[in-house]
Design a protein around this ligand. Structure first.
Ligand SMILES: [Zn+2]
Length: 201
C-alpha cells in the first residue's frame, strides 16, 4: 500500500482555472505493480528504475520538453530513476500524440498512460498484476499548442510516474502525482517515498 502523507493545504483558486486533468486511468494501490526494468544497484542500496523513452511521435511542443521531464525525475529521485532517450525500435516507454482522441479517454484529459504486461493492455485492470514491461503515453491533440512549456513538462513528469506504478495521492498532497495538480514539475518527497516502497530491493 502507498503511504499517504497528509498535507493540509487549502486548495487555491488555481484548482478552478480551466486546466484539464493530466490523466485518465486507474492505478489501484491494492494492485500495485512494478516496472519490470528496475535493477538493484549495490552502490545506492536500492533498485534503479530504467525508462527507455522515445518521443519521436510527439508533436513539437511536447517533444521539446521530454528531455527536461526525464531530467526532472533523474535529478529528483534520489537515484531511483534513470530515464533516458531511446530509439523507437527498442524503447520501453513510447510517447506519442494522437491524431484523434478516443471519447472514452475523456475530452478534458490532456494525456493518458497505458500499461502493458507481455503484450496485454492491463490499464485499469482489477486483476492482480506483478509487472509492467511496456508503456504508452498518449497526448491529446486538443493540447498540441495551447499549454505552457511548464505544463507540458509537468504533465510528462506525472505520466512517467504512472509508468513506475505511482498512483494519485489525495488532493492537496505535495506530489507530482496529485491529480490535476499544477504546482510541481519536480518530484517531491512524497514521490520519492513512494518509490522506496516499490523499489527498495
Ligand atoms: Zn494521473
Amino acid at each position: 500500500m502507498k503511504r499517504w502523507i497528509s498535507v493540509f493545504i487549502f486548495v487555491s483558486l488555481i484548482a478552478f482555472i480551466a486546466i484539464p486533468s493530466a490523466n485518465a486511468h486507474n492505478i489501484r494501490p491494492s494492485n500495485a505493480f512494478r516496472w519490470e526494468y528496475a535493477a538493484y544497484n549495490a552502490t545506492y542500496g536500492h533498485k534503479v528504475i530504467r525508462l527507455q523513452a522515445n518521443g519521436d511521435n510527439l508533436v513539437a511542443n511536447w517533444n521539446n520538453q521530454l528531455t527536461a521531464a526525464r531530467a526532472n525525475w533523474n535529478m529528483n529521485s534520489d537515484n531511483y530513476v534513470n530515464a533516458v532517450n531511446w530509439d523507437f525500435s527498442s524503447s520501453t516507454v513510447d510517447l506519442a500524440t494522437r491524431t484523434t482522441w478516443p471519447v472514452e479517454w475523456g475530452t478534458n484529459n490532456v494525456a493518458i498512460t497505458l500499461l502493458f504486461n507481455n503484450g496485454t493492455d492491463i490499464t485499469g485492470s482489477s486483476a492482480a498484476m506483478n509487472t509492467v514491461d511496456y508503456a504508452q503515453i498518449w497526448t491529446n491533440p486538443a493540447y498540441n499548442t495551447n499549454l505552457t512549456n511548464y505544463m507540458y513538462r509537468l504533465i510528462l513528469v506525472h505520466e512517467m510516474g504512472h509508468v513506475m506504478g505511482l498512483g494519485h495521492p489525495p488532493e492537496g498532497t505535495v506530489s507530482v502525482m496529485t491529480q490535476s495538480q499544477t504546482s510541481w514539475e519536480f518530484p517531491q518527497a512524497h514521490d520519492r517515498t513512494d518509490l522506496t516502497w516499490y523499489y527498495s530491493n
